[in-house]
Design a protein around this ligand. Structure first.
Ligand SMILES: [Zn+2]
Ligand SMILES: [Zn+2]
Length: 347
């Protein structure tokens, strides 16, 4: 049987490079993808730490693109040779959420995600249902192609925020998600500030020309108040998963808070009466939803400054070492300062 190289998540704390069989097209709706690039996501780091839902013995990697090399007998729209970006979240299409336009709440989404619950893109080949494939135009190269899904989550956020040109926007956390929101906000809003604790990522924010504060060094509530002439932010995007209380302190009366970062171990205390009294709009949303095509359009027209976003592109064989740059020493499972924004593996 033909073999391929893959990075396999064995269990919490164990990611190994292995030779495994190339998957075979059995399901008539599947296509076999020769993976071109795959991004390493903060949630991959969380899976390794056991802080995200996971399934042992799974090939990780949910941010990927590739070339179709084989199609199942029912595949209609995707052809061999197509270069496609992947939406890794497989939605059933039949539950009431899917059928009422809320596919991010699909009852099956948690059990099917490529690169989380079934084999994903940290490998030379991957089986993908046809409906998860989105053909890439030639203007989008393979490195950008790996990030269409990442951008699709942010576009879902933008769809709900309805950002105005006169808005003051604050983004808590300048990882890849905070970065993408900041790029949109720079294009749209009146004023943008971000917060970040990691020195490397602070330097990237500065390189992007953003106002950036370290919440461990300054009082960010005072800072945003000053920055907005006493008003506070119209929109606060919480992209860390652990700062909802701070987000609520930074938003102006009538403003919007988007809790976007994910950390299921965090609890927060809020005063419901303040949400009411100050008419705060707390907007919950999850993943992308009908946002792959819009994201392709944004990348195709080169609408975002992505230069400092891609820290490095490395071969799959160097993938295990890359986790250290994202703050996790895989051998000791100890946290380290980050030295990267996004690392993409070329397969
Ligand atoms: Zn991701
Ligand atoms: Zn569904």
């Amino acid at each position: 049987m033909n073999k391929m190289q893959a990075l396999v998540f064995k269990d919490v704390g164990q990611l190994v490079q292995e030779e495994i069989p190339i998957p075979q097209v059995k399901n008539p709706d599947d296509v076999l993808l020769k993976v071109k690039t795959v991004g390493i996501c903060g949630s991959d780091v969380k899976i390794l730490e056991g802080k995200h839902h996971f399934k042992p013995n799974t090939v990780l990697g949910h941010e990927f693109c590739g070339e179709v090399v084989e199609v199942g007998s029912h595949v209609k729209y995707i052809k061999v040779g197509d270069r496609v970006a992947i939406d890794n979240n497989i939605r059933c299409g039949f539950c009431s959420f899917c059928r009422m336009g809320l596919s991010s709440q699909c009852v099956e989404i948690k059990f099917n995600a490529l690169g989380v619950m079934r084999d994903g893109g940290y490998a030379e080949y991957c089986l993908v249902p046809e409906k998860q494939c989105f053909v890439l135009p030639p203007e989008i190269d393979d490195v950008f192609g790996s990030q269409v899904e990442t951008l699709a989550t942010v576009v879902n956020g933008m769809n709900h925020l309805l950002m105005n040109p006169y808005d003051y926007v604050m983004i808590l956390g300048f990882g890849p998600i905070g970065y993408l929101f900041a790029q949109f906000a720079k294009n749209i809003a009146a004023k943008v500030a971000v917060t970040e604790i990691d020195p490397y990522r602070i330097s990237v924010a500065k390189e992007c020309g953003l106002t950036v504060w370290n919440p461990r060094e300054v009082n960010v509530v005072e800072k945003i108040t000053e920055f907005t002439y006493g008003r506070k932010a119209d929109i606060v995007i919480e992209a860390t998963g652990n700062a909802l209380e701070q987000a609520l302190q930074c938003v102006t009366p009538g403003g919007k808070v988007l809790p976007f970062g994910m950390d299921s171990s965090i609890k927060a205390t809020i005063v419901p009466n303040e949400v009411t009294r100050w008419a705060t709009k707390i907007i919950g949303l999850y993943l992308g939803q009908n946002t792959m095509v819009p994201s392709i359009r944004v990348f195709q027209e080169n609408r975002l400054n992505m230069k400092p976003f891609f820290t490095k592109v490395i071969p799959l064989a160097e993938g295990l070492g890359a986790f250290e740059c994202l703050g996790l020493d895989i051998k000791t499972m100890q946290h380290k300062p980050k030295s990267a924004m996004k690392i993409v593996m070329k397969v």
